[in-house]
Ligand binder design. Structure first.
Ligand SMILES: *Cc1c(COP(=O)(O)O)cnc(C)c1O
Length: 350
């Protein structure tokens, strides 16, 4: 077929989500989902009556959920923006603050950043990581362009301190700094409280990882109301009803059930420390992770082969082909049983 795609997008290299194969039952450790179900309060909130109300549009302002998120983090509704996944928050931010302009993010980071940069037409600088895979904050000081940093970073799992994030934000007063905290609940230091102090900071988080709602598609940003208003203009130019009714209810029930959330996060952290110990016993080098995954390699082992051997044995992990990280595996932390399966399959292979 002739291509009808506009010229501008002929070369667009789209994001590749982690595989979701159906050929067999896998121990699925490849997309950083939670192994636990959402809070039981979520199920209680999705009543038959609410399902009947699907005939009506959802609240375009998402007031109840924004109020709940605002209350949880000590802000006002005007400081909160909801996204259909935090991916959509990222899209709004790239459109609002990067289109036709410049931005900078780490060379090894979330694979969606270069895609959005290409989509909106941004001159994107990709700053290399240090030898130990940490982010060098000096690369982001006073850069005169929009800064995007995942903290903890993906796929390394390594985190910057809040003090370092603040240095970056403070040195870029005339530009937006977006901190993507998709994994912050698993041990990072959140920059959310800095939003009180800086009007150029956007912190975005997601319900997909620590809140077990990946399939509901819900993310949010916390920022000065001026920045929220800018991103809202993009949202209302694109998809005003971006969050569906059931997800609005699920999100509110989830954020209000703090006990359940904390318990699950704590379990994942314990399982992570256990997994790190077991991997290290077997000679793996594991980057220090503050996330719900670890990034690990073993000397003399080819990353892609390890990934394929694990897949053959029913364990799915994520492998990236990028040269510098091609021997690493990104392994999501699941239940203790799932991690034991991973370890025993690794023992078979090695
Ligand atoms: C998972 C992830 C997201 C987006 O998740 P959503 O499911 O769209 O909320 C954003 N940033 C990073 C770094 C992620 O790993």
């Amino acid at each position: 077929m002739k291509s009808f795609m506009v010229k501008r997008y002929e070369g667009l290299d789209a994001y590749t989500p982690g595989e979701q194969p159906r050929d067999m039952e896998y121990v699925k450790l490849n997309t950083n989902e939670s192994p636990f179900p959402p809070s039981p309060k979520v199920l209680e909130a999705i009543t038959g009556e609410e399902v009947e109300k699907l005939k009506l549009y959802s609240d375009p302002e998402g007031k109840d959920l924004r109020d709940a998120i605002a209350a949880h983090y000590g802000y006002k509704r005007e400081n909160v923006l909801l996204g259909n996944g935090s991916d959509e928050i990222l899209a709004f931010a790239f459109f609002a603050f990067c289109a036709g302009e410049k931005c900078i993010f780490p060379e090894i980071s979330y694979g969606f950043y270069p895609v959005y940069a290409e989509l909106v037409g941004t001159d994107a600088e990709k700053a290399p990581l240090c030898d130990d895979f940490s982010i060098d904050i000096n690369d982001y000081m006073n850069v005169g362009k929009t800064v995007i940093i995942a903290n903890p970073n993906a796929p390394t799992g390594m985190a910057l301190s809040r003090a370092d994030v603040e240095k970056i934000v403070a040195s870029n007063k005339d530009n937006v700094v977006l901190i993507d905290e998709a994994y912050v609940d698993f041990g990072g230091e959140s920059a959310v409280e800095l939003v009180h102090k800086y009007d150029n900071l956007i912190v975005c988080q997601t319900f997909s990882k620590s809140r077990s709602l990946a399939g509901a598609r819900l993310g949010f940003a916390i920022a000065h109301e001026g920045l929220i208003a800018d991103m809202n203009r993009i949202k209302y130019s694109y998809n005003p009803y971006n969050i569906n009714r059931l997800t609005l209810l699920a999100g509110k029930a989830s954020i209000e059930d703090d006990g359940y959330f904390r318990k699950n996060v704590q379990t994942i952290i314990e399982n992570r420390e256990y997994t790190v110990r077991e991997l290290e016993k077997r000679g793996f080098c594991v980057l220090p992770s503050s996330a719900n995954f670890v990034f690990a390699r073993k000397d003399g082992k080819n990353g892609e082969e390890l990934y394929l051997e694990l897949k053959k044995r029913g364990v799915l992990v994520r492998h990236f082909k990028k040269e510098r990280i091609k021997d690493f595996l990104r392994i999501t932390i699941g239940t203790r049983e799932q991690m034991d399966t991973l370890i025993s399959k690794l023992d078979e292979i090695i």
